[in-house]
Ligand binder design. Sequence first.
Ligand code: AP5
Ligand code: ZN
Length: 212
Amino acid sequence: PNVLILGAPGAGKGTQSSRIVEEFGVEHVTTGDALRANKDMDIGHLDTEYDTPRAYMEAGELVPDEVVNEIVKTALQEADGYVLDGYPRNPAQAEYLDEITDLDVVLHLDVAKEELVDRLTGRRVCDECGTNYHVEYDQPEEEGVCDECGGELIQRDDDTEETVRERLNVYEDNTVPVIEQYEGDDEFVRVDGERAPDAVWEDVRDAIAEKA
Ligand code: AP5
Ligand code: ZN
């Protein structure tokens, strides 16, 4: 299936996407991870405000569409079924996506703003395998060490409170209108993301099984 997962920063897109990959055998296409892997790519020739993705990400701003559209196009072409996470984030990206692929399911993980700040500032990620933890809700067995691979747990550069607040503002202004556009479509399913990951997962899995 071709799955789109929408939601605010910290809504649990990465957490649920990992489970979708395991259950449905699709590719995880995530612009956030792709950009983190290419943080220092020189994009100065595009006549943009900053010269690298890193600078946008650390400010909590969107990386320019030209850069992100290209990443998504290539990744989707190579995938036989995918879960797309982190894209589209503004109406222009949504329009571009519509031109290059067909979606079977559009999920919206809905979580209230107050909870998001808490989830993101408390998040820790494995430096090696990318598994998510949380300092209160999802602790590893040994402090600072990944249960899955033994890697070191770190805080993302953009998970400081100031940058989190900016990311949430950018989301309100740019991405909420995108979600509103998808709302009337047959593929669209809203999922209450303000529950434990296992409960959220039941609804996510059922929605994909039903639509795809
Ligand atoms: P990106 O990496 O996409 O970050 P994001 O959208 O802000 O989403 P996150 O990864 O922070 O959150 P998530 O929803 O995956 O939540 P998670 O599962 O980790 O983007 C980063 C930056 O890259 C952007 O700011 C921008 O600069 C750039 N960028 C990316 N895409 C772009 C695009 N298309 N265009 C332009 N620029 C782009 O969960 C969060 C925490 O909560 C974890 O600690 C987790 O353990 C916990 N948690 C998860 N589920 C639950 C639950 N049900 N209950 C309690 N806790 C939970
Ligand atoms: Zn790990």
